[in-house]
Design a protein around this ligand. Structure first.
Ligand code: FPP
Length: 277
């Protein structure tokens, strides 16, 4: 785990500061993950081409990351390009998204440095175009020593393929070390995920109103709180991140246990007859 980032609350906008003031700073999520959706519909509503929606979406990425870094959010993970996007979208759109990513990395490095943001990636990134991989490595290396928010972009990512990769890694370890299968634990699976170095998300946000997980972080979101907003990603800003966090702080997390308002706990419920159904 890396050191706690420094807060830069004075850099928030007045509107953001008002929402931030309602938050409990000691109960901030450690990790927020976002399914950025609705770029195409944002553009369609304005009779614009889809690529302009993606371009506007890239601006939201930077602005939301900067707010995250100002409030000291340690981990922010964004679903930027799925394996399914890669396989199922028209080639022209995929190639535009790749050029947009490359240009985003080139033009935002300085802002990431200024905001103390560390850049990481998850996904089958080795299958991305070599010139994109080169830019990715360049930004990852340049920001490696930053201690603020770690921005992880999920690129050519699919949760099922992540699990396949993890099981392959675990199977290889079992074979090499002659491990007993009965001793394999959840922790062993966790160690082989792309996200082994980070905590599971506390909060998952999805924009544009769809009630789906879309093959994102399936293992990691077992106990994550989900927040869905109708807002399209290109209209999503730091203010909306703070509103989602405020909503998160009103939830009661139970991890399969019982909540505070769940009624009296019976010392010995053996005398209670179970009615036949
Ligand atoms: C969904 O919109 C969004 C994506 C395909 C991925 C997100 C991409 C970006 C935010 C732009 C580039 C990102 C970076 C990091 C530079 P959609 O096309 O599925 O929208 P729709 O469902 O309305 O068609």
């Amino acid at each position: 785990m890396h050191p706690s980032p420094t807060l830069r609350i004075h850099e928030l906008t007045a509107e953001e500061r008002a929402v931030y003031a309602s938050l409990k700073p000691e109960a901030l999520p450690q990790h927020v993950a976002i399914i950025m959706d609705g770029n195409g519909r944002w553009a369609g509503r304005r009779s614009l081409k889809r690529f302009l929606g993606h371009q506007q979406g890239a601006k939201s990425v930077q602005l939301v990351t900067e707010t995250a870094s100002r409030i000291g959010l340690p981990w922010l993970t964004l679903y930027a390009f799925s394996l399914e996007n890669n396989l199922r979208r028209p080639r022209a759109e995929v190639s535009f998204l790749m050029r947009l990513l490359k240009s985003y990395l080139e033009s935002n490095l300085q802002r990431m440095m200024d905001n103390n943001v560390r850049m990481r990636y998850i996904g089958r990134t080795r299958d991305l175009p070599p010139e994109v991989q080169e830019k990715m490595r360049w930004v990852e290396d340049a920001t490696a020593r930053n201690t603020g928010t770690t921005l992880t972009l999920a690129l050519n990512y699919g949760a099922r393929s992540e699990l396949v990769d993890a099981f392959r890694g675990l199977a290889a370890e079992i074979k090499q070390k002659h491990l007993n299968l009965d001793h394999i634990t959840e922790e062993d699976v966790h160690r082989h995920l792309y996200t082994a170095h980070m905590p599971d998300p506390d909060l998952l946000i999805r924009t544009s109103g769809e009630l789906r997980i879309s093959n994102f972080l399936l293992w990691q979101i077992a106990y994550t709180e989900i927040f869905v907003t109708e807002r399209y990603w290109p209209d999503f800003r730091g203010l909306h991140l703070l509103e989602a966090i405020a909503d998160f702080q009103r939830r009661e997390r139970r991890y399969g246990g019982i909540g505070e308002d769940g009624g009296e706990v019976e010392e010995d419920p053996e005398h209670i007859r179970i009615a036949a159904s």
